[in-house]
Design a protein around this ligand. Sequence first.
Ligand code: ADP
Length: 192
Amino acid sequence: MILILLGPPGVGKGTQASRLTKTRGLVQLSTGDMLREAIANGTELGRKAKSIMDEGKLVADDIILGMIAERLSSPDCANGVILDGFPRTIEQAKGLDTMLVEMGLSVNHVIEMQVDENILADRILKRAQESEQVRDDDNVEVLKKRLKVYHENTAPIIPYYKDGGKVSVVDGMQPIEDVAAAIDRILNGQEG
Ligand code: ADP
């Protein structure tokens, strides 16, 4: 099972992905987490990525595709993955398709999580207040940039997948459990 969670920063992709790892035995592949890990480990990739991320811009497609390729082929991912924060550009979506074809796989579901963007600043400030390690990009100024990048680069992926009839929409304004239930209905084929 290859599941993609798509939606703007702060919509709740990470929260839902983490739950799905427990309930469905899928592995969560979050490119944002991978990059933050590289930064924490002080690797060359981490050093390069840090300033880009702090500005809310996107890390280069080839770097991201390389990270995903390495993880996708590892044995722990054999049962399936939830892609969280990837793909973020059409190039990444195409690169993913190429990788999957080689593996005899394809994207099963794309779940677009929608939200009223006026509440995102509140959510992200709350996340910054509640977490022990505050992300350098969790502030209102960078959020605005990340939203702009989302609309310019990532939202255009939706029509790319819509053509294949794989996109379902979930209302991310609902309580966490209700969003989870809506995602479960989609994955169980009980949508609509
Ligand atoms: P959020 O979904 O809350 O915006 P992420 O943790 O997914 O945050 O990503 C944080 C930052 O990491 C992004 O703003 C970007 O700089 C970088 N990043 C993460 N995933 C990708 C990706 N697939 N392509 C390019 N850059 C990425």
